[in-house]
Design a protein around this ligand. Structure first.
Ligand SMILES: O=P(O)(O)OC[C@H]1O[C@@H](O)[C@H](O)[C@@H](O)[C@@H]1O
Length: 354
């Protein structure tokens, strides 16, 4: 197995590696778009360099630990690999492992694609832009931190999803990427804490595991709420069944005025109108999306995730409501984290294609 990280290489190498990866299985439209934007001459030069392996590019290509790979980069798309692409307006990491692939943008540490044998499980909204013209990515797996939902000082769903996270090459490896976010002068204006968030995404063959760690690096306690506002790709929202340990939980219809919790008495959720619902304290646990058109997705949430929020703007064609559902792993209650302490939560995705 050879894993590598492609650094910001001027000219040929970046385009060449993307050509190799994309010619086997394009990951998403952004990848294809970037390749089509590349000049023919740099693609050809890059392709030649890739065929020749890393020879002549040893200063440009290294593995996650800084060691030159022992085999040509052309092998990476068929085995576990991790590639940083800094060619376009927003950088992203492409992970491959067997017949699985995933894409993670540095903007928001945002997973925008997870495919197994070509079947996409991540939902992207029709109004999503990956060209840098919109501050946040609409769809995918947005990380809402340090606030889930609206607020007066911090933007809706927090600032973390609107910021560029740092790719940690030294902590990443075959099929694994780790991204980091720390405070800035801007974040301190709205949330006066020093912190480190790390988001680890590990692509296995047929599974994608994520873990979010929040460390309080301040000298005093900090408070936050947090969530993965995950969008899942579905064949048809009307046919979808969401299953989980919901029977007996407290459900809040957040569109009601006032939103009053009541006991939910089923294990299934179906959606046939605008939905913004919170199912309290049903995690850690597994929620399953049963999609007659494509198979099932197990969403296994652990650690600090406690609540499930279901959101779908039913009827809104502009955002493509029919082919996605948000089933979110959330901690809606305020977490109080002492100085020097860490909070952690995991979400693992296990799809089974039809
Ligand atoms: O459009 P956003 O900010 O990505 O969030 C999507 C939706 O997320 C839901 O949780 C909110 O209740 C909606 O108000 C919001 O529109």
């Amino acid at each position: 197995m050879s894993a590598f990280v492609l650094e910001n290489v001027p000219g040929v190498s970046s385009a060449g590696v993307k050509l190799q990866a994309s010619s086997q299985a394009p990951c998403n439209s952004a990848t294809s778009m970037r390749i089509s934007e590349a000049s023919r001459s740099s693609l050809l030069a890059g392709a030649a360099a890739a065929v020749a392996g890393w020879v002549g590019r040893s200063r440009n290509v290294r593995d996650a630990k800084g060691v030159r790979p022992a085999r040509a980069v052309t092998a990476v798309a068929r085995h576990a690999g991790t590639e940083l692409d800094e060619y376009g307006p927003w950088s992203f990491v492409k992970l491959v492992n067997g017949d699985s692939e995933a894409t993670v943008y540095l903007r928001g540490a945002h997973v925008t694609s997870f495919k197994v044998a070509g079947v996409e499980w991540i939902g992207m909204r029709a109004d999503c832009k990956l060209d840098g013209t919109k501050q946040n990515i609409s769809g995918g797996i947005p990380i809402c931190f340090p606030q889930f939902g609206p607020g007066e000082v911090i933007v809706q769903h927090g600032f973390a999803r609107n910021m560029d996270w740092k790719f940690l090459a030294e902590e990443s490896s075959d099929g694994v990427c780790v991204l980091e976010l720390t405070e800035t002068e801007e974040t301190k204006k709205v949330w006066p804490h020093e912190f480190r968030c790390k988001f680890k995404v590990e692509l296995k063959d047929g599974e994608l595991d994520t873990s979010l760690k929040v460390e309080n690096l301040s000298k005093s306690d900090c408070e936050f709420s947090c969530g993965l506002h995950s969008y899942w790709n579905v064949s048809d929202i009307d046919a979808l069944i969401v299953k989980g340990d919901f029977n007996g939980c407290m459900k809040t219809d957040r569109t009601a005025d006032p939103p009053t919790p009541f006991e939910y008495k089923q294990d299934e959720i179906t959606i046939n109108s605008f939905a913004d619902e919170m199912y309290g304290k049903v995690l850690p646990g597994t929620v399953v999306l049963e999609d007659p058109g494509k198979g099932e997705l197990q969403i296994k949430s652990g650690g600090g995730w406690k609540d499930v929020v279901v959101w779908n703007p039913y009827g809104d064609d502009k955002v493509g409501y029919k082919t996605f559902v948000c089933v979110e792993s959330v901690e809606t209650e305020t977490v109080s984290l002492a100085a020097g302490k860490a909070w952690e939560a995991t979400m693992d995705l296990v799809p089974r294609n039809k």
